[in-house]
Structure formats: C-alpha cells, structure tokens
Design a protein around this ligand. Structure first.
Ligand code: NAP
Length: 292
C-alpha cells in the first residue's frame, strides 16, 4: 500500500517504522526533518511538504501532538488537504478533541476525501512492538481500507461506530481512567510508605490480587522506580487530554469532579518539575504533598 505518514514523534516514528517493516511504501514528513533520517535510511521516502506526503497515496496517516499541530499540517497551500486525492483516506491517529474530529469529518467529505479517526492505547514501547490497541471510528469501508496499517501497528482494533469522533471520545475517557489509576496508586503508595510499608510490597499485593491489569502493573512499576524521565507520554500532552475530556464533559453536561483534581495535579507537577516529565510524575507531587 502507498502510505503517507505525517508526524514522527515518540509514537509516530515507531508506527511508521513498523509500516516499513511490513513492506508498505511509506512517504514521511515531519516538521523537524532530522527525525525522518533513520526512517529514510530504512527505506522511507522523504516528502518536502505535508501536501507532497499526501498526494497520490491511498491513505495518509497523521500522528501529531494536538489539535493545533494537526491544523497546522492540514491547511494552506502546502497542507495535507491540498494534496489528498479525491477518494483517498486520512486516518487521524492523534488524540484530538471530539469537536475537531467532527469539523475535519465535514471538511474532508466536502472535498470528496475520506476521513476516519484511529487514536491508540499503548506507550512508545508498545508502538515499537506493534502492540497498540487501536480505537477506530469511521465508515466500515474506511476501517477496512486502513486494516493493513492497523495490522502493522497494533494487536487489536476496536471499531466504535461510523462517527469518527466517537473514537476520540473513547480515547479521552480511557486516558481519564489511566490518570485516575495513577493518582489512586500514588496516593495509596504515599500512605503505605508513611506507615512503614514499602511501595513495592504494596504493589505486589495489589497486582497479585484484585488489581491484576496492565495499567496497574506498568504504571505501578514506574511509580515504584520513580522513573519519570525521559517521558514516554509527556505531562503537557496528558494535560491536553484532560482539557479535551473536560471540553466534552462541558458540552455534554457531565460533571466530572475527579477530572479537575487530575488536571491540577498535572499542572502542579509541570510547574514544579518542568515540561519534560512523564504524566505519571504526578506521583512526585502526591508524595511531596504527603510529606515524603
Ligand atoms: P511527541 O513525541 O511530542 O510528537 C509530537 C509530534 O507532533 C512531532 O512529530 C512534532 O513535530 C509534531 N508537532 C507538534 N507541533 C507541531 C506543529 N505546530 N506543526 C507540525 N507538527 C507539530 O508526541 P507523541 O508522544 O508521539 O504523541 C503523539 C500523539 O499520540 C498525541 O496526540 C498523544 O496524545 C498521542 N498518544 C501518545 C502516547 C504516548 O504514550 N506517547 C500514547 C497514546 C497516544 P516535531 O518533531 O517537529 O516537534
């Protein structure tokens, strides 16, 4: 399949690498061109603009930081929209807002282009191993067209309906729950440690009994090790997701009091620790608030 791939950050570079390994013809573009070098060495074609990356391709994938990065890449004379052929598919894998996904659905369809959303669960290591969980929203024919991409990138695809934005709503709900789990583990570990129980021991009991799920195993280990740099998922991106979840909550009139607390802990962590810390670094803030 001839694929255009835009956005070679922590996640994008790993997914694009797997598309190359699966022997697709991949044309890449990234704002900082240097990040494309290793992929070009592995056989990718380098595009000079997003338009060039999209032009003449059956599908073009975007994996960018946020809504404004996606807008920057889509619009203008050299943008993706200007290059995408009629009938070709844009697969948005970034975690973006529901409102932006709805606007882009209209915009692509008005130009005879196809559009779907496929945000993912899994960190950069899972992306590199082709083990992502993909949440797909869009027309079933579009999901089928993108299937070779999903097979190279992930271990399972969940189709959540014809509306592309539904996939982003699911992803935002999921990230809210992941950060809630990190928050509750960090609070419990702080309590245990102040009471003389090692946090590793607490984690062993909990993951060996009632909390035997990847989110508790993986983030629990990060909290025990205190390894928050280099960030696999940077705290400012987590803050963005809490903001986007809050926007949907406001639109849909759903009070989410816990969301406000998570957002503030992320903000406090970024303010004190810096922009480069992983979002699980809220564990540091929680421990300090507890006097550790
Ligand atoms: P990242 O490493 O920070 O990469 C961000 C990408 O967006 C880079 O390619 C960056 O280009 C590009 N970008 C940012 N602003 C731009 C702009 N104004 N114009 C053009 N390009 C711009 O982020 P990531 O961790 O790969 O995350 C990508 C997406 O996946 C995000 O939506 C994130 O929420 C989601 N996600 C991440 C994880 C994770 O664990 N990391 C897991 C699931 C989902 P430069 O290289 O030039 O800066």
């Amino acid at each position: 399949m001839r694929i255009g791939y835009i956005g070679l950050g922590n996640m994008g570079a790993a997914i694009a690498g797997n598309l190359l390994k699966a022997r697709h013809e991949v044309t890449v573009w990234n704002r900082s061109a240097a990040k494309a070098r290793s992929l070009v060495d592995a056989g990718a074609i380098l595009a000079a603009t997003p338009k060039e990356a999209a032009s003449g391709k059956g599908a073009v994938i975007t994996m960018l930081a946020d809504d404004s990065a996606l807008d920057a890449v889509l619009t203008g004379e050299t943008g993706l929209i200007a290059g995408l052929d009629k009938g070709a598919l844009h697969v948005s894998m970034s975690t973006i807002s529901v409102a932006t996904a709805e606007r882009l659905t209209e915009e692509h369809h008005s130009r005879g282009q196809r559009f779907m959303c496929a945000p993912v669960f899994g960190r950069p290591e899972a992306a590199a191993a082709g083990k992502l969980f993909i949440v797909a929203g869009g027309d079933p024919a579009d999901i089928e067209l993108a299937d070779p991409v999903f097979r190279a990138a992930g271990q399972r695809v969940f189709a959540v309906g014809k509306k592309p934005s539904a996939a982003n709503l699911v992803k935002l709900c999921g990230n809210f729950m992941i950060l809630s789990a990190i928050e509750s583990m960090a609070e419990a570990m702080t309590l245990a440690e102040k009471g003389g129980v090692q946090k590793a021991q607490l984690l062993e009991v909990l993951t060996g009994s009632l909390f035997d799920a990847p989110v508790f195993h993986n983030y629990g280990k990060t909290l025990v090790d205190g390894r928050f740099r280099p960030a696999g998922f940077a705290a400012p991106l987590g803050l963005k997701d809490m903001r986007l979840a809050g926007q949907s909550a406001e639109t849909l009139r759903v009070p989410m009091p816990l969301l406000g607390l998570l957002r503030d802990h992320l903000l406090q962590t970024i303010a004190v620790e810096g922009e480069d810390i992983d979002w699980s670094g809220i564990g540091l803030t929680i421990a300090k608030n507890g006097g550790l």
